[in-house]
Design a protein around this ligand. Sequence first.
Ligand code: CAA
Length: 283
Amino acid sequence: MAKITVIGTGTMGSGIAQASLSSGYDVTMIAHSQKSVQEAASRVESGFDKAVSAKAITQEQKLAMMSRLSVSDDIASSAGSDFIIEAVSEDFDTKEGVLKSAEKYLGAGILATNTSSIPISQLAAGLSRKDVFIGIHFFNPVPVMKVVELIGGDSTSPNTISKSSEFVKKLGKTPVEVKDSPGFIANRLLMLFINEAARALDQGVATKEGIDTIAKLGLHHPMGPLELADFIGVDVCNDIMLEIFRRTDDKAFDPAESIKRLVKEGRLGRKSGKGFYDYAAKA
Ligand code: CAA
């Protein structure tokens, strides 16, 4: 397998591109506008710069990997890929539209979605090549996180699952098969944790710093739940919680008041400069 196409140039799309380039694949990124085409390559490059700073790779290696990256705003450029991986925003209609367009250029490859919560069988319903469609759910930051959830839909073939598993291993990550159910495993666990932390904050049980410090020093988490919500994107967490809440009717996933308020105010976390914390003030 040699060519990977990643549709979407955000945090996840650029992370998947970087991880694939690092493992020797040629990568094509598909952007939705000319402006995003220009931003995509610099986003991937700044990911590699972190690896250069950490002395994990040299500048020459970075340039060699970047030379295998191409970016286009034409989805037809995905033709001939071994994997086409959709990583656009967590919205059913957006993902379905992108997947239907990508399917036309699939050839003998596999079509994957990086959805964090939408059922695979439901996304597959509008596709004609259901047997080669699968959920490959990466974690942020993709180049660093070592596990990937693999989610087959009702019609995903065993061959698609085993090829996807091989691909994930080639990226140096551990694939874990998960049933097609709301939030899969990662977000079923994580969103409860983040939501409960936000509820405790809303109830005045502790400060945000206090909650995060307890999680870091007492539970040995690398980030506290509120810091992590800012890192993932408060809007992304809100969308995932709502998706799971709608499908399970479990009130524990109904976003806390502070999460709803931050989304309404456009305080989406690190990417917008403010979320639970104020990053502009730290800069
Ligand atoms: N490429 C290569 N290496 C990178 C990198 C990149 N893009 N970004 C960071 N790194 C490397 C750094 O160079 C550094 O390497 P060394 O240890 O060799 O020096 C290492 O990763 C750690 O990075 P930093 O030193 O910058 O920062 P840190 O030690 O504070 O760790 C973190 C940052 C890895 C993000 C850590 O805080 C962490 O693990 N946080 C939790 C992240 C998490 O839970 N992610 C899952 C979110 S849930 C999800 O993604 C699923 C979903 O559907 C919402």
